[in-house]
Design a protein around this ligand. Structure first.
Ligand code: GLC
Length: 436
Protein backbone atom coordinates (compact mmCIF):
# COMPACT_ATOMS: atom_id res chain seq x y z
CA UNK A 1 0.00 0.00 0.00
CA UNK A 2 1.14 3.49 -0.77
CA UNK A 3 1.12 5.88 2.22
CA UNK A 4 -0.45 9.19 0.96
CA UNK A 5 -0.52 10.96 4.29
CA UNK A 6 2.72 12.99 4.10
CA UNK A 7 1.73 14.21 0.59
CA UNK A 8 -1.74 15.28 1.66
CA UNK A 9 -0.35 17.13 4.63
CA UNK A 10 2.18 19.01 2.54
CA UNK A 11 -0.51 19.74 -0.03
CA UNK A 12 -2.76 21.35 2.63
CA UNK A 13 0.18 23.13 4.14
CA UNK A 14 0.90 24.70 0.78
CA UNK A 15 -2.66 25.88 0.27
CA UNK A 16 -3.47 27.08 3.79
CA UNK A 17 -0.57 29.19 4.81
CA UNK A 18 -1.49 31.51 7.72
CA UNK A 19 -1.41 34.43 5.33
CA UNK A 20 -3.82 32.82 2.93
CA UNK A 21 -6.23 31.85 5.72
CA UNK A 22 -6.27 35.44 6.86
CA UNK A 23 -6.94 36.62 3.35
CA UNK A 24 -9.76 34.12 2.99
CA UNK A 25 -11.37 35.32 6.22
CA UNK A 26 -11.07 38.93 5.18
CA UNK A 27 -12.66 38.08 1.86
CA UNK A 28 -15.53 36.17 3.47
CA UNK A 29 -16.10 38.92 6.02
CA UNK A 30 -16.29 41.49 3.26
CA UNK A 31 -18.70 39.44 1.18
CA UNK A 32 -21.03 38.99 4.13
CA UNK A 33 -20.82 42.55 5.42
CA UNK A 34 -21.42 44.46 2.16
CA UNK A 35 -25.11 43.60 1.87
CA UNK A 36 -25.53 44.19 5.62
CA UNK A 37 -23.91 47.59 5.22
CA UNK A 38 -26.15 48.40 2.27
CA UNK A 39 -29.22 47.49 4.30
CA UNK A 40 -27.95 49.59 7.21
CA UNK A 41 -27.26 52.59 4.99
CA UNK A 42 -30.59 52.18 3.23
CA UNK A 43 -32.49 52.06 6.48
CA UNK A 44 -30.96 55.41 7.43
CA UNK A 45 -31.88 56.94 4.05
CA UNK A 46 -35.22 58.70 4.05
CA UNK A 47 -38.06 57.08 2.12
CA UNK A 48 -38.80 59.22 -0.89
CA UNK A 49 -42.45 59.85 -1.73
CA UNK A 50 -43.36 61.70 -4.88
CA UNK A 51 -46.32 63.81 -5.88
CA UNK A 52 -47.10 65.73 -9.06
CA UNK A 53 -48.34 69.30 -8.55
CA UNK A 54 -49.11 72.19 -10.93
CA UNK A 55 -46.10 74.51 -11.30
CA UNK A 56 -47.56 77.63 -9.67
CA UNK A 57 -48.57 75.75 -6.57
CA UNK A 58 -45.46 73.60 -6.48
CA UNK A 59 -43.49 76.85 -5.90
CA UNK A 60 -45.94 78.14 -3.31
CA UNK A 61 -45.80 74.84 -1.44
CA UNK A 62 -42.01 74.87 -1.12
CA UNK A 63 -41.96 76.22 2.48
CA UNK A 64 -44.51 73.58 3.56
CA UNK A 65 -42.51 70.81 1.88
CA UNK A 66 -39.30 72.04 3.50
CA UNK A 67 -40.95 72.10 6.92
CA UNK A 68 -42.28 68.60 6.39
CA UNK A 69 -38.91 67.23 5.34
CA UNK A 70 -37.24 68.87 8.34
CA UNK A 71 -39.85 67.58 10.79
CA UNK A 72 -39.89 64.06 9.32
CA UNK A 73 -36.25 63.30 8.52
CA UNK A 74 -37.08 59.68 7.63
CA UNK A 75 -39.30 60.81 4.74
CA UNK A 76 -38.30 62.84 1.72
CA UNK A 77 -41.32 64.48 0.07
CA UNK A 78 -40.50 65.33 -3.50
CA UNK A 79 -42.70 67.47 -5.73
CA UNK A 80 -42.65 66.98 -9.47
CA UNK A 81 -43.85 70.06 -11.35
CA UNK A 82 -46.76 69.84 -13.77
CA UNK A 83 -48.43 72.41 -16.06
CA UNK A 84 -50.95 74.74 -14.37
CA UNK A 85 -54.18 73.58 -16.04
CA UNK A 86 -55.98 70.96 -14.00
CA UNK A 87 -56.74 68.83 -17.10
CA UNK A 88 -53.11 68.56 -18.00
CA UNK A 89 -52.20 67.39 -14.51
CA UNK A 90 -55.08 64.91 -14.61
CA UNK A 91 -53.84 63.57 -17.95
CA UNK A 92 -50.33 63.09 -16.58
CA UNK A 93 -51.59 61.15 -13.57
CA UNK A 94 -53.98 59.17 -15.78
CA UNK A 95 -51.28 58.06 -18.18
CA UNK A 96 -48.91 57.22 -15.31
CA UNK A 97 -51.55 54.97 -13.74
CA UNK A 98 -52.67 53.43 -17.02
CA UNK A 99 -49.12 52.53 -17.99
CA UNK A 100 -48.54 50.95 -14.57
CA UNK A 101 -45.30 51.73 -12.71
CA UNK A 102 -46.53 55.18 -11.65
CA UNK A 103 -43.70 57.18 -10.09
CA UNK A 104 -46.22 58.94 -7.85
CA UNK A 105 -46.92 57.75 -4.31
CA UNK A 106 -49.39 60.55 -3.65
CA UNK A 107 -52.00 62.18 -5.83
CA UNK A 108 -52.65 65.89 -5.38
CA UNK A 109 -56.23 65.85 -6.55
CA UNK A 110 -58.73 68.30 -7.89
CA UNK A 111 -62.12 67.67 -6.29
CA UNK A 112 -63.60 66.53 -9.62
CA UNK A 113 -61.14 63.69 -10.17
CA UNK A 114 -62.25 61.58 -7.21
CA UNK A 115 -65.00 59.47 -8.86
CA UNK A 116 -62.86 58.68 -11.91
CA UNK A 117 -59.65 57.88 -10.02
CA UNK A 118 -61.44 55.88 -7.34
CA UNK A 119 -63.56 53.93 -9.84
CA UNK A 120 -60.43 53.08 -11.84
CA UNK A 121 -58.87 51.59 -8.69
CA UNK A 122 -55.89 53.98 -8.66
CA UNK A 123 -56.37 55.16 -5.08
CA UNK A 124 -56.15 53.61 -1.64
CA UNK A 125 -59.28 53.70 0.48
CA UNK A 126 -58.53 56.00 3.41
CA UNK A 127 -61.81 55.46 5.27
CA UNK A 128 -60.31 53.40 8.11
CA UNK A 129 -57.58 55.92 8.74
CA UNK A 130 -59.84 58.88 9.61
CA UNK A 131 -62.60 59.07 12.20
CA UNK A 132 -65.93 60.76 11.54
CA UNK A 133 -65.10 63.19 14.33
CA UNK A 134 -61.97 64.24 12.47
CA UNK A 135 -63.84 64.57 9.16
CA UNK A 136 -66.45 66.79 10.84
CA UNK A 137 -63.79 69.48 11.20
CA UNK A 138 -63.71 69.97 7.42
CA UNK A 139 -66.21 71.61 5.09
CA UNK A 140 -68.86 69.09 4.00
CA UNK A 141 -68.39 69.82 0.29
CA UNK A 142 -64.67 69.11 0.50
CA UNK A 143 -65.18 65.87 2.40
CA UNK A 144 -67.96 64.67 0.09
CA UNK A 145 -65.82 65.60 -2.90
CA UNK A 146 -63.25 63.11 -1.63
CA UNK A 147 -65.72 60.23 -1.35
CA UNK A 148 -66.74 57.62 -3.87
CA UNK A 149 -69.49 55.08 -3.13
CA UNK A 150 -69.36 56.08 0.52
CA UNK A 151 -65.61 55.49 0.96
CA UNK A 152 -62.99 58.21 1.44
CA UNK A 153 -60.20 58.46 -1.15
CA UNK A 154 -58.99 62.03 -0.74
CA UNK A 155 -58.30 64.14 2.35
CA UNK A 156 -59.16 67.81 1.83
CA UNK A 157 -56.27 70.27 1.80
CA UNK A 158 -57.56 73.54 0.41
CA UNK A 159 -61.07 74.50 -0.55
CA UNK A 160 -62.04 76.74 -3.44
CA UNK A 161 -65.00 78.69 -4.69
CA UNK A 162 -65.44 81.02 -7.67
CA UNK A 163 -65.89 84.71 -6.80
CA UNK A 164 -66.16 88.10 -8.49
CA UNK A 165 -63.18 90.42 -8.15
CA UNK A 166 -63.77 94.14 -8.67
CA UNK A 167 -61.86 97.42 -8.59
CA UNK A 168 -63.03 99.30 -5.51
CA UNK A 169 -61.25 102.54 -6.52
CA UNK A 170 -62.87 102.80 -9.95
CA UNK A 171 -66.34 101.87 -8.71
CA UNK A 172 -66.14 104.43 -5.94
CA UNK A 173 -64.97 107.20 -8.26
CA UNK A 174 -67.68 106.40 -10.78
CA UNK A 175 -70.29 106.24 -7.98
CA UNK A 176 -71.26 102.58 -8.22
CA UNK A 177 -71.98 99.84 -5.71
CA UNK A 178 -70.58 96.43 -6.70
CA UNK A 179 -72.98 94.61 -9.08
CA UNK A 180 -75.61 92.16 -7.83
CA UNK A 181 -76.98 91.20 -11.22
CA UNK A 182 -75.48 90.33 -14.59
CA UNK A 183 -77.10 93.44 -16.14
CA UNK A 184 -75.47 95.66 -13.53
CA UNK A 185 -72.14 93.99 -14.25
CA UNK A 186 -72.49 94.87 -17.93
CA UNK A 187 -73.76 98.39 -17.27
CA UNK A 188 -70.97 99.31 -14.83
CA UNK A 189 -68.37 97.76 -17.13
CA UNK A 190 -69.53 99.79 -20.11
CA UNK A 191 -69.57 103.02 -18.10
CA UNK A 192 -66.05 102.44 -16.77
CA UNK A 193 -64.87 101.62 -20.29
CA UNK A 194 -66.55 104.72 -21.75
CA UNK A 195 -64.98 106.88 -19.08
CA UNK A 196 -61.57 105.40 -19.91
CA UNK A 197 -60.91 103.84 -16.53
CA UNK A 198 -60.24 100.54 -18.16
CA UNK A 199 -59.92 98.82 -21.49
CA UNK A 200 -62.09 95.82 -20.56
CA UNK A 201 -65.01 95.41 -18.21
CA UNK A 202 -65.24 91.74 -17.33
CA UNK A 203 -62.80 88.88 -17.82
CA UNK A 204 -63.52 85.16 -17.30
CA UNK A 205 -62.16 81.72 -18.24
CA UNK A 206 -63.39 80.80 -21.73
CA UNK A 207 -60.69 78.36 -22.83
CA UNK A 208 -61.81 74.83 -23.70
CA UNK A 209 -60.71 73.06 -20.48
CA UNK A 210 -62.04 72.18 -17.03
CA UNK A 211 -62.01 75.81 -15.91
CA UNK A 212 -64.73 76.51 -18.52
CA UNK A 213 -67.07 73.96 -16.94
CA UNK A 214 -66.29 75.30 -13.45
CA UNK A 215 -67.03 78.88 -14.47
CA UNK A 216 -70.16 77.84 -16.38
CA UNK A 217 -71.87 76.11 -13.43
CA UNK A 218 -71.84 79.53 -11.73
CA UNK A 219 -73.55 81.18 -14.71
CA UNK A 220 -76.04 78.30 -14.87
CA UNK A 221 -76.88 78.81 -11.19
CA UNK A 222 -77.22 82.53 -11.85
CA UNK A 223 -79.88 81.73 -14.46
CA UNK A 224 -81.52 79.06 -12.28
CA UNK A 225 -80.41 76.37 -14.71
CA UNK A 226 -78.47 73.13 -14.16
CA UNK A 227 -76.08 70.74 -15.91
CA UNK A 228 -76.77 67.18 -14.64
CA UNK A 229 -78.88 66.28 -11.63
CA UNK A 230 -76.68 63.67 -9.88
CA UNK A 231 -79.70 61.91 -8.31
CA UNK A 232 -81.92 61.49 -11.37
CA UNK A 233 -79.21 61.95 -14.03
CA UNK A 234 -81.52 64.40 -15.79
CA UNK A 235 -79.61 66.71 -18.15
CA UNK A 236 -80.60 70.39 -18.11
CA UNK A 237 -78.24 71.88 -20.69
CA UNK A 238 -80.87 72.34 -23.43
CA UNK A 239 -83.46 74.00 -21.21
CA UNK A 240 -84.22 77.66 -22.02
CA UNK A 241 -82.47 79.03 -18.90
CA UNK A 242 -79.27 77.16 -19.74
CA UNK A 243 -79.32 78.53 -23.31
CA UNK A 244 -79.86 82.00 -21.86
CA UNK A 245 -76.75 81.47 -19.69
CA UNK A 246 -74.68 80.79 -22.83
CA UNK A 247 -76.21 83.82 -24.54
CA UNK A 248 -75.12 85.94 -21.59
CA UNK A 249 -71.49 84.78 -21.91
CA UNK A 250 -71.56 85.45 -25.64
CA UNK A 251 -73.05 88.87 -25.11
CA UNK A 252 -70.13 89.96 -22.90
CA UNK A 253 -67.91 89.72 -25.98
CA UNK A 254 -70.48 91.09 -28.42
CA UNK A 255 -70.89 94.17 -26.22
CA UNK A 256 -67.12 94.65 -26.04
CA UNK A 257 -67.16 94.19 -22.26
CA UNK A 258 -64.97 91.06 -22.48
CA UNK A 259 -62.06 90.80 -24.90
CA UNK A 260 -62.52 88.37 -27.82
CA UNK A 261 -59.43 86.53 -26.51
CA UNK A 262 -61.42 85.48 -23.43
CA UNK A 263 -62.32 82.27 -25.31
CA UNK A 264 -58.66 81.22 -24.95
CA UNK A 265 -58.04 82.26 -21.34
CA UNK A 266 -57.50 80.00 -18.34
CA UNK A 267 -57.15 81.38 -14.79
CA UNK A 268 -53.64 82.77 -15.01
CA UNK A 269 -54.02 85.01 -18.12
CA UNK A 270 -57.20 86.48 -16.61
CA UNK A 271 -55.44 87.15 -13.30
CA UNK A 272 -52.69 89.02 -15.12
CA UNK A 273 -55.18 91.26 -16.96
CA UNK A 274 -56.80 92.16 -13.64
CA UNK A 275 -53.50 92.82 -11.90
CA UNK A 276 -52.30 94.94 -14.82
CA UNK A 277 -55.32 97.20 -14.47
CA UNK A 278 -56.83 96.12 -17.79
CA UNK A 279 -60.22 95.02 -16.49
CA UNK A 280 -62.68 96.20 -13.83
CA UNK A 281 -64.15 92.76 -13.04
CA UNK A 282 -62.75 89.26 -12.97
CA UNK A 283 -64.24 85.85 -12.23
CA UNK A 284 -61.62 83.74 -10.48
CA UNK A 285 -60.72 81.67 -7.39
CA UNK A 286 -59.52 83.10 -4.07
CA UNK A 287 -55.85 82.36 -4.90
CA UNK A 288 -55.83 85.59 -6.92
CA UNK A 289 -56.37 87.60 -3.74
CA UNK A 290 -52.96 86.76 -2.31
CA UNK A 291 -51.10 87.39 -5.56
CA UNK A 292 -52.98 90.59 -6.47
CA UNK A 293 -52.32 91.91 -2.95
CA UNK A 294 -48.64 91.95 -3.85
CA UNK A 295 -49.22 93.74 -7.16
CA UNK A 296 -49.83 97.36 -8.24
CA UNK A 297 -53.56 97.07 -7.52
CA UNK A 298 -53.03 96.11 -3.85
CA UNK A 299 -55.66 97.82 -1.71
CA UNK A 300 -57.78 98.76 -4.75
CA UNK A 301 -59.81 95.61 -5.18
CA UNK A 302 -62.23 93.38 -3.29
CA UNK A 303 -64.18 90.17 -3.85
CA UNK A 304 -67.83 89.29 -3.58
CA UNK A 305 -70.19 86.49 -4.62
CA UNK A 306 -70.93 86.26 -8.35
CA UNK A 307 -73.80 88.32 -9.77
CA UNK A 308 -76.91 86.54 -11.10
CA UNK A 309 -79.95 86.99 -13.34
CA UNK A 310 -83.29 88.02 -11.78
CA UNK A 311 -84.51 84.41 -11.76
CA UNK A 312 -81.37 82.86 -10.22
CA UNK A 313 -78.98 83.18 -7.28
CA UNK A 314 -75.23 83.77 -6.87
CA UNK A 315 -73.34 80.67 -7.86
CA UNK A 316 -69.89 79.71 -6.58
CA UNK A 317 -68.44 76.58 -8.11
CA UNK A 318 -67.12 74.21 -5.46
CA UNK A 319 -63.48 73.66 -6.26
CA UNK A 320 -60.67 72.40 -4.10
CA UNK A 321 -57.64 70.19 -3.80
CA UNK A 322 -56.68 67.34 -1.54
CA UNK A 323 -54.36 64.38 -1.17
CA UNK A 324 -54.95 60.80 -2.11
CA UNK A 325 -52.56 57.84 -1.87
CA UNK A 326 -51.73 55.90 -5.03
CA UNK A 327 -52.78 52.24 -4.83
CA UNK A 328 -49.47 51.33 -6.45
CA UNK A 329 -47.21 53.00 -3.87
CA UNK A 330 -44.63 50.92 -2.02
CA UNK A 331 -44.65 53.46 0.81
CA UNK A 332 -48.24 53.86 1.99
CA UNK A 333 -47.26 54.75 5.56
CA UNK A 334 -44.84 57.49 4.52
CA UNK A 335 -47.47 58.77 2.08
CA UNK A 336 -50.05 58.83 4.88
CA UNK A 337 -47.69 60.97 6.99
CA UNK A 338 -47.76 63.54 4.17
CA UNK A 339 -51.56 63.41 3.92
CA UNK A 340 -51.86 63.96 7.67
CA UNK A 341 -49.40 66.86 7.55
CA UNK A 342 -51.28 68.62 4.74
CA UNK A 343 -54.62 68.26 6.41
CA UNK A 344 -53.42 69.61 9.80
CA UNK A 345 -54.91 72.95 10.90
CA UNK A 346 -51.45 74.37 11.49
CA UNK A 347 -50.27 73.61 7.95
CA UNK A 348 -53.45 74.91 6.36
CA UNK A 349 -53.27 78.13 8.34
CA UNK A 350 -49.65 78.71 7.46
CA UNK A 351 -50.30 78.10 3.78
CA UNK A 352 -53.39 80.32 3.74
CA UNK A 353 -51.54 83.17 5.47
CA UNK A 354 -48.73 82.99 2.95
CA UNK A 355 -50.71 82.55 -0.23
CA UNK A 356 -54.40 83.40 0.18
CA UNK A 357 -55.49 79.87 -0.71
CA UNK A 358 -58.57 78.86 1.23
CA UNK A 359 -58.35 76.26 4.01
CA UNK A 360 -60.69 73.28 4.12
CA UNK A 361 -61.05 73.26 7.92
CA UNK A 362 -64.19 75.14 8.92
CA UNK A 363 -62.71 76.73 12.05
CA UNK A 364 -59.96 78.53 10.13
CA UNK A 365 -62.48 80.73 8.31
CA UNK A 366 -62.94 82.61 11.57
CA UNK A 367 -59.35 82.45 12.76
CA UNK A 368 -58.47 85.99 13.96
CA UNK A 369 -55.08 86.11 12.23
CA UNK A 370 -56.48 84.86 8.95
CA UNK A 371 -59.50 87.19 9.11
CA UNK A 372 -57.23 90.13 9.78
CA UNK A 373 -55.43 89.42 6.53
CA UNK A 374 -58.42 88.19 4.50
CA UNK A 375 -61.49 89.98 5.84
CA UNK A 376 -63.78 88.18 3.37
CA UNK A 377 -63.11 84.73 4.89
CA UNK A 378 -66.21 84.52 7.15
CA UNK A 379 -68.41 85.49 4.16
CA UNK A 380 -66.54 83.08 1.93
CA UNK A 381 -67.35 80.27 4.35
CA UNK A 382 -71.01 80.91 3.74
CA UNK A 383 -70.44 81.10 -0.03
CA UNK A 384 -68.46 77.85 -0.16
CA UNK A 385 -70.89 76.03 2.14
CA UNK A 386 -73.57 76.82 -0.44
CA UNK A 387 -71.36 76.20 -3.45
CA UNK A 388 -72.52 74.50 -6.63
CA UNK A 389 -71.03 71.09 -7.33
CA UNK A 390 -70.01 69.92 -10.72
CA UNK A 391 -71.99 66.67 -11.05
CA UNK A 392 -70.26 64.11 -8.78
CA UNK A 393 -70.70 61.18 -11.18
CA UNK A 394 -68.16 58.56 -12.26
CA UNK A 395 -68.41 59.73 -15.89
CA UNK A 396 -67.68 63.31 -14.86
CA UNK A 397 -64.59 63.81 -16.98
CA UNK A 398 -66.40 62.66 -20.17
CA UNK A 399 -69.43 64.80 -19.32
CA UNK A 400 -67.17 67.78 -18.77
CA UNK A 401 -65.37 67.13 -22.08
CA UNK A 402 -68.71 67.20 -23.90
CA UNK A 403 -69.75 70.44 -22.24
CA UNK A 404 -66.38 72.08 -22.87
CA UNK A 405 -66.48 71.16 -26.56
CA UNK A 406 -69.95 72.52 -27.25
CA UNK A 407 -69.77 75.52 -24.95
CA UNK A 408 -66.52 76.51 -26.58
CA UNK A 409 -68.15 76.18 -30.02
CA UNK A 410 -71.00 78.40 -28.86
CA UNK A 411 -68.93 81.19 -27.34
CA UNK A 412 -66.48 81.27 -30.21
CA UNK A 413 -69.35 81.45 -32.70
CA UNK A 414 -68.99 78.18 -34.61
CA UNK A 415 -72.44 77.04 -33.37
CA UNK A 416 -75.40 78.98 -32.04
CA UNK A 417 -75.93 78.63 -28.28
CA UNK A 418 -79.14 76.71 -28.95
CA UNK A 419 -77.57 74.25 -31.41
CA UNK A 420 -74.57 73.77 -29.16
CA UNK A 421 -76.53 73.15 -25.97
CA UNK A 422 -78.95 70.78 -27.70
CA UNK A 423 -76.04 68.75 -29.04
CA UNK A 424 -74.26 68.82 -25.66
CA UNK A 425 -77.41 67.65 -23.88
CA UNK A 426 -77.98 64.85 -26.38
CA UNK A 427 -74.42 63.56 -26.14
CA UNK A 428 -74.49 63.77 -22.33
CA UNK A 429 -77.73 61.77 -22.21
CA UNK A 430 -76.19 59.08 -24.43
CA UNK A 431 -73.12 58.95 -22.19
CA UNK A 432 -75.20 58.58 -19.03
CA UNK A 433 -77.49 55.96 -20.60
CA UNK A 434 -74.52 53.92 -21.81
CA UNK A 435 -72.96 53.76 -18.41
CA UNK A 436 -76.13 53.13 -16.41
C1 GLC B 1 -59.42 75.41 -9.44
C2 GLC B 1 -60.40 74.58 -8.63
C3 GLC B 1 -60.62 73.25 -9.29
C4 GLC B 1 -61.06 73.45 -10.72
C5 GLC B 1 -60.04 74.26 -11.48
C6 GLC B 1 -60.52 74.57 -12.89
O1 GLC B 1 -58.15 74.87 -9.34
O2 GLC B 1 -59.96 74.40 -7.33
O3 GLC B 1 -61.57 72.50 -8.58
O4 GLC B 1 -61.31 72.25 -11.38
O5 GLC B 1 -59.78 75.47 -10.81
O6 GLC B 1 -59.57 75.24 -13.63
Amino acid sequence: MINLKPNVRSFFKQIFTVKKIRLLFTFLATVVSIPLLIVAVQSQQPTTVKVLIQALEAKQLEPIVNDFNREKPNINLEIVEAPNDTNQVEDLYTSAFLLGESPYDLVYMDIVWTPKFAAAGWLKDLSDRVSQEELDQFLDGDVNGGKYKGELYRMPFRSDGGMLYYRTDWLEKAGYEPPETFSELIEISQTLQDQNYTEWGYVWQGKQYEGLSAMFVEILEGFDAFWVDPETLEVGLDQPNAIEAVNFLKSTMEKGVSPPGVTTYSEEPTRRLFQNGETAFLRNWPYVYGLASESDIAGDFAIKPMPHAPQGTSGACQGGWGMGIAKSTNHPEAAWEVVKYFSKAETQKKYALKTGYVPSRRKLFNDPELVEKYSYLPELLNVIENAVLRPPIAQYSQASDILQRYLSAAISGTMTPEEAMKAAAKETRTLLKRSR
